[in-house]
Design a binder for this molecule. Structure first.
Ligand SMILES: O=C[C@H](O)COP(=O)(O)O
Length: 248
């Protein structure tokens, strides 16, 4: 099954006006040189400006979270419809920072994925084990539980992307071995196979300290279909170098 590599930049809570727009423009300027699909996910405050800067380019824009409801009395929240209105085509959901900082459960992530689909967005559902869970030998079980709890019925490869992010690898410079990433991604695809038809076509991204120097090795793993990039997505040259390391 041919799956087009997706290299997604999660800017997290970084980026102010002119610099964010310039970063998006620099990514767009290099997009034609890479085969991979590119996505940037700026903070909500910048989404409309970044999407406008990317208009006409091959680079997509996405949100970093959404509420489950389309609208209403939810101070400080942003709906999937609002993200789509601002120019998003994707939304990251259930990132470990959201699960930790905002107590997001699998059930909440599932509701958000349903909201994303309602608004016409593709959902990037994040899962991953903590260091304690890995050291206890529970990694694959944790991933299975998170997947079964977070992925709604009705998933298709067009509207679902999974991001495997070991919590202990995020922003630490540490990464699992290629064998560990391989085992995790194979397991994720196997579990997805029990949840939906067409699981072979779903893209499974790796995230956690991916950078130009290790991207080639990680992206060469058979079931790694791209990357969810944090720190290295804040420099266009690094982000594009990661994308250039992808072979498909
Ligand atoms: O969403 C991105 C991940 O949390 C990875 O972040 P990082 O590349 O800074 O480790």
């Amino acid at each position: 099954m041919a799956r087009r590599t997706l290299i997604a930049g999660n800017w997290k809570m970084n980026g102010l006006g002119a610099d964010g727009v310039a970063l998006a423009r620099d990514v767009a300027a290099g997009a034609s040189k890479v085969a991979a699909e590119l996505l940037v996910c700026p903070p909500a405050t910048l989404l409309a400006r970044v999407a406008a800067a990317l208009a006409g380019s091959a680079v997509n824009a996405g949100g970093q979270d959404c509420h489950g409801k389309a609208g209403g009395a939810h101070t400080g929240d942003v709906s999937a419809e609002m993200l789509a209105d601002a120019g998003a085509t994707y939304v990251i959901l259930g990132h470990s920072e959201r699960r930790t900082d905002h107590g997001e459960s699998d059930a909440m992530v599932r509701a958000k994925a349903e909201a994303a689909w309602r608004a016409g967005l593709a959902a990037i559902v994040c899962i991953g084990e903590t260091l304690a869970e890995r050291e206890a030998g529970r990694t694959l079980g944790v991933l299975e539980t998170q997947l079964k709890g977070s992925v709604p019925a009705g998933a298709t490869a067009a509207r679902l992307v999974i991001a495997y992010e070991p919590v202990w690898a995020i922003g630490t410079g540490k990464t699992p071995t290629t064998a560990e990433v391989d085992a995790a991604h194979r397991h994720i695809r196997s579990v997805l196979g029990g949840l939906m038809p067409g699981a072979d076509a779903v893209r499974i991204l790796y995230g956690g300290s991916m950078k130009p120097s290790n991207a080639g090795e990680l992206l060469a793993i058979a079931d790694v279909d791209g990357g969810l990039i944090g720190g290295a997505s804040l420099k266009a040259a690094d982000f594009l170098a990661i994308a250039a390391a992808a072979q498909r």
